[in-house]
Design a protein around this ligand. Structure first.
Ligand code: ADP
Length: 483
């Protein structure tokens, strides 16, 4: 199924550097495939270090004028960009489904969610205030200002091709920073469409640049440049670690949104129907390919059987297929490697005694059937590694202490979820979970107005909310004497 756009100019096959649409210096390109069909839907430039260096120089050149533009003016430009995204929501959603595979309804939701970061930070940018501290010395004043960090680099993943970009570029531009973005090689079209709308919204030349191509070459150029003062990255913990190391020689500021291993705990006092609804959304959204997706479902002994049965019934209602088809809730995984990883984790669990209750098969292409595995133990790879696929492993626990112990026994600390009614338990468990975000009686936590981020090896910093803009600001202290 080919996708069609109302505004054909949103499909760009060129990079956006210094306000111009350019090819790679050597003309090489990279194919973009539809994960549902395997068909090539576009080709984008296969750029490397030299094109990236030009983008960094452009962002550096643009920084002076942009940071001195009034916050109100920057806000207006971001607001226009937000409005353009919403005006083109359907086209942007179609591009997104075509290159990423998620159902069109989810893609529309992602575009609205992505746009909301531009709107939110257009507003927050106007509230970057300073402070005056009473001085202990006569005839002096202590003034504190907050200033843009400078040129920022962003590296984003394929699972949210639009939202992972706006929640970085929104606060960066609102704060007065400029940016060079490298989107994931699987999903560059959404990034380029956003750049086309940024240009239309009046984002000045060089303020926002998009370079597609070789991750190692582009990443190397971004991280080694002394001009780039900050790297903001969303992706795997493994690559996050590597990039952090690469940023060490130039002591860059870092925001890292890395992997997760989200527990979803169902206590014996939970509303089971609500817990099933929450589990479905937090596990199977985007076919399980989000960093806050439930990775392990821990169910208390007394309700284990009842919960498993209800969940199986709900999973039977999920419909797998091409994301463009009406009624489809489960698209393909991003590529063959993703399918192979899920198969491997399920096979390992089964070999160690887990039972497939629902699904457990890969019907071909990039699809994996929505699945439930019972009798999973905390030692199995399925419970320790990020699955990034539509498989729900069910584990058992006896009491609150055991649930907390299993939940926290991971190097990750991004999102956790639990269902309980007892108010004492709700407070106790909330405070004992070593996670940056906790969903309590809800499977939905992401919104531009709340601080998103993890602890432990899930990352550094927060995105969204009023905290999100702090990541793009430096504090400057002015000691004013002779007054
Ligand atoms: P995933 O496993 O979800 O693809 P990755 O961490 O591999 O997550 O990818 C997230 C982003 O990091 C993508 O934009 C990818 O191109 C980029 N990336 C991967 N490897 C490197 C690297 N060595 N240097 C810079 N960027 C990289």
């Amino acid at each position: 199924m080919m996708f069609q756009l109302t505004t054909a100019s949103l499909l760009r096959e060129a990079c956006f550097i210094d306000g111009t649409w350019v090819a790679a210096d050597d003309g090489r390109t990279l194919a973009v495939a539809d994960p549902a069909t395997g068909a090539t839907i576009a080709r984008v430039p296969l750029c490397g270090a030299t094109e990236t260096a030009r983008a960094i120089a452009a962002a550096d050149h643009a920084l002076g004028p942009w940071r001195t533009t009034s916050a109100a003016e920057r806000s207006l430009i971001l607001k226009r960009w937000f409005e353009l995204m919403m005006a083109h929501q359907e086209d942007l959603a179609r591009l997104l489904t075509a290159e990423q595979g998620k159902p069109l309804a989810e893609a529309r939701g992602e575009i609205a969610y992505a746009a909301s970061f531009l709107e939110w930070f257009a507003e927050e940018g106007k509230r970057v205030c300073g402070e005056v501290i009473p001085s202990p010395f006569p005839a002096t004043r202590i003034v504190v200002t907050r200033e843009p960090v400078g040129v920022c680099a962003a590296i984003t993943p394929w699972n949210f091709p639009a939202a992972m970009i706006t929640r970085k570029v929104g606060p960066a531009l609102a704060a007065g920073c400029t940016m060079v973005l490298k989107p994931a090689e699987q999903t560059p079209l959404s990034a380029l469409a956003l750049a086309a709308l940024a240009e239309q919204a009046g984002v000045p030349t060089g303020v926002f640049n998009v370079v597609t191509g070789d991750p190692v070459a582009i990443g190397g150029a971004l991280t080694s440049s002394p001009v780039v003062r900050k790297l903001t990255f969303t992706g795997s913990t493994e690559i996050g670690r590597l990039l952090m190391r690469q940023c060490a020689p130039t002591i860059k500021k870092l925001s890292l949104e890395l992997g997760g291993n989200a527990p979803f705990i169902v206590f014996d006092d939970a509303d089971l129907d609500a817990a099933v609804a929450g589990a479905i959304i937090s596990k199977y959204r985007n076919a399980g390919q989000t960093c806050v997706c439930t990775n392990r479902i821990l169910v208390q002994d007394a309700v284990y059987g009842a919960f498993a049965e209800k969940l199986a019934r709900a999973v039977a209602d999920l419909t797998m297929g091409n994301g463009f088809e009406e009624g489809v809730t489960q698209g393909p995984l991003i590529d063959g490697e993703a399918v192979a990883k899920v198969k491997e984790l399920v096979a390992d669990a089964v070999a160690h005694g887990a039972k497939v209750a629902v699904g457990g098969e890969a019907p071909g292409g990039n699809w994996y059937a929505p699945s439930i595995l019972l009798d999973v133990t905390p030692q199995m790879r399925l419970a320790r590694e990020e699955i990034f696929g539509p498989v729900a492993p069910l584990l058992r626990f006896a009491d609150e202490d055991e649930a907390i112990r299993i939940a926290n026994d991971t190097e990750y600390g991004l999102a956790a979820y639990f269902y309980a009614r007892d108010i004492g338990r709700v407070w106790r468990v909330s405070s004992r979970l070593d996670y940056g975000m906790v969903g309590i009686n809800t499977g939905v936590i992401s919104t531009s107005v709340a601080p998103f981020g993890g602890v432990k090896q899930s990352g550094l910093g927060r995105e969204g909310s009023s905290h999100g803009i702090e990541e793009y600001l430096e504090i400057k202290y002015l000691a004013m004497g002779g007054i």
